[in-house]
Ligand binder design. Structure first.
Ligand code: HEC
Length: 292
């Protein structure tokens, strides 16, 4: 392998490696940043939901219960879940991509039914009673989301509406029927509140900028390799080839009178001067030989 090929290969491979790792780390860095950001936003949304829910439960509900006739039930006025769902429907109109779900194993309101991934989350809350919050990355319909989940546990008071359908408020039975959402057990974890923050766009962006970085890096490398090649040719390969040619000629006694000139002060310059001294010695030797 020639010197030129070897140098160009080494530099090319090393630079390519650095371009690849640069792109890779830029991708990792951007995705990490996106996750941190998603986590922050999800936390804010989650806290807001919990706050509105607890204000409803502690401040509004007791007053509402005092005003409404006994045994009547208006979901929007009396169910924290109906309230949360209603508020979210308005809220999410201005927040494209975000999702919130009161994912439930056996819900009153069918759209609250947990899908397979959500069932797995609820199951984990069931088996780990100390687990109060779960977060991670999920893919839904081909889009990636960062999610936050908290468990919902059944207490005695819940069973008035989620226990035996015969005990439930008549209005509730009328609106939701009795097919599901009943016979829950005290202490069981039946649902998880889950906020989904969209991160697909951020991941796509990270991928795109990593690809751009790689392309620009590779372009830069190509340019550097080309420039390096020109310099290598001019200062190393050409003079060495010329010296090799001259040394061969001198060894054959050919063209022995023509001087090897060089203006360079580097190692190749010294080599050229050494070959020229060799040529002079050879020339003298040949003259002495002829003189005899
Ligand atoms: C006064 C009746 C009532 C009580 C008490 C009640 N719920 Fe509900 N719950 C409802 C109604 C009605 C809905 C349906 C809301 C909707 O339309 O989204 C609901 C919805 C839910 C949902 C969403 C899934 C679904 O069934 O649609 C969960 C989870 C839930 N309740 C858990 C609880 C828990 C836990 C308690 C006790 C801490 C409780 N509920 C107490 C009436 C009640």
């Amino acid at each position: 392998m020639s010197l030129r090929v070897r140098f160009v290969l080494i530099i090319g491979v090393l630079s390519l490696l650095s371009a690849v790792s640069l792109a890779f780390f830029s991708y990792r860095f951007s995705v990490n940043n996106a996750l941190v950001e998603a986590r922050k936003q999800g936390n804010i949304v989650f806290n807001y939901i919990e706050a509105s829910r607890s204000f409803f439960r502690d401040k509004q509900l007791p007053q509402i219960m005092g005003l409404v006739e006994k045994d009547r039930f208006y979901p929007e006025l009396m169910s924290g879940f109906a309230l949360t769902r209603g508020v979210w429907e308005v809220f999410s109109k201005n927040l494209a991509g975000y999702k919130f779900k009161q994912a439930t194993v056996d819900p009153l309101h069918p759209p609250n039914k947990a899908d397979a991934q959500e069932l797995a989350i609820i199951d984990e809350f069931r088996t780990k009673p100390d687990l109060k919050i779960k977060e991670g990355i999920l893919e839904k319909e081909g889009e990636k989301y960062f999610y936050f989940a908290r468990p919902a546990k059944v207490e005695k008071g819940c069973l008035r509406c989620h226990g035996n359908p015969e005990d439930a408020p008549r209005d509730q039975v009328e609106i939701y029927g009795t097919a599901s959402g009943y016979h829950w057990l005290d202490g069981d974890t039946v649902a998880a509140f889950i906020v989904y923050v969209p991160i697909q766009a951020a991941i796509d962006n990270a991928r795109q900028s990593a690809a751009q970085l790689f392309l620009i890096g590779s372009g830069g490398i190509l340019l550097i390799v080309l420039i390096f090649r020109v310099f290598l040719n001019k200062y190393v390969v050409s003079p060495v080839t010329m010296l090799e040619q001259r040394a061969t000629e001198i060894s054959l006694g050919k063209d022995i009178a023509s001087r090897i000139t060089t203006s360079s002060n580097d190692e190749i310059g010294s080599l050229a001067r050494a070959v020229d001294r060799l040529r002079i010695s050879m020339e003298k030797m040949l003259q002495r030989h002829k003189g005899k």
